[in-house]
Write a protein that binds this ligand. Structure first.
Ligand code: PGA
Length: 253
């Protein structure tokens, strides 16, 4: 299996510096030397430095939760990719559904942010996913296709430098997880879209994470699916024991 699984914790707007030190410190002990899989935490900007110090010398990677497309400028409240690199980040989440839903992000702004990340050698974790209404209307495939094609427009081979995340909006923070079979279907479709954009060889190397109520008790079944290459975990990543168990998912494929 060429694709190294990635287990990523999206802390969202949770974590003072003290809390980040405690949580990241606990993870440094529990999964700081894990092999065969990558582990990443994405704290709020203000806790990046505390987290960075707590995971120093471990294999745990640091990510941010958003990035602007431009490296610098008059964009109050935004942050540039090089600033995140300086803060110790190697990855950044882009186009999370909460950004799309509450902060007006579009496929175009997501595309610009991905480009900004790639220009600074940050790995973008590009989130796509349908809402409940879209799912019930039977438009999941069309929505995913629009988000993938729009978000990755013009990137060509640089698609291979991205990580994708399928996060059905109806499963985020709701306790409703997609069934492994549903997630696998969408992941396979995403890989097909990546192949259409950048060729099968590139598509086969891109990790596609699943996100949406991933917990210790469902991660094993999700990770058993052929095209699920990791997890983007919200709520359960805020608890050291839960996230540790998710990182230590049992292989069965
Ligand atoms: P959740 O969030 O695990 O709390 O559902 C996932 C996410 O939004 O990335």
């Amino acid at each position: 299996m060429a694709r190294v699984p990635l287990l990523a914790g999206n802390w969202k707007m949770h974590g003072t510096r003290a809390e980040a030190t405690a949580l990241a410190g606990a993870l440094a002990k529990s999964v700081g030397t894990v092999s065969g899989r990558e582990v990443l935490i994405a704290p709020p900007y203000t806790a990046l430095e505390a987290a960075r110090q707590a995971i120093a010398g471990t294999c745990i990677l640091l990510g941010a939760q958003n990035v602007h497309g431009e490296p610098k400028g008059a964009f109050t409240g935004e942050i540039g990719a090089a600033m995140l690199v300086e803060a110790g980040c190697t990855h950044v989440i882009v186009g999370h559904s909460e950004r799309r839903q509450y902060f007006g992000e579009t496929d175009e702004s997501v595309n610009a942010r991905i480009r900004g990340a790639l220009a600074a050698n940050l790995v973008p974790i590009v989130c796509v996913g349908e809402t409940l209404a879209e799912r019930e209307a039977g438009t999941t495939a069309a929505i995913i296709e629009r988000q993938v094609r729009g978000g990755l427009a013009g990137l060509d081979a640089a698609v291979g430098r991205c990580v994708m995340a399928y996060e059905p909006v109806w499963a985020i923070g709701t306790g409703r997880t997609a069934t492994p079979a549903h997630a696998q279907d969408v992941h396979k479709a995403i890989r097909g879209l990546l192949a259409a954009l950048a060729g099968a060889a590139v598509a086969n190397n891109v990790r596609i994470l699943y996100g949406g109520s991933v917990k210790p008790d469902n991660v094993d079944a999700l990770m058993a699916e052929a095209d699920i290459d990791g997890a983007l975990v919200g709520g359960a990543s805020l608890d050291a024991a839960s996230f540790t168990r998710i990182v230590q998912y049992q292989e069965s494929r």
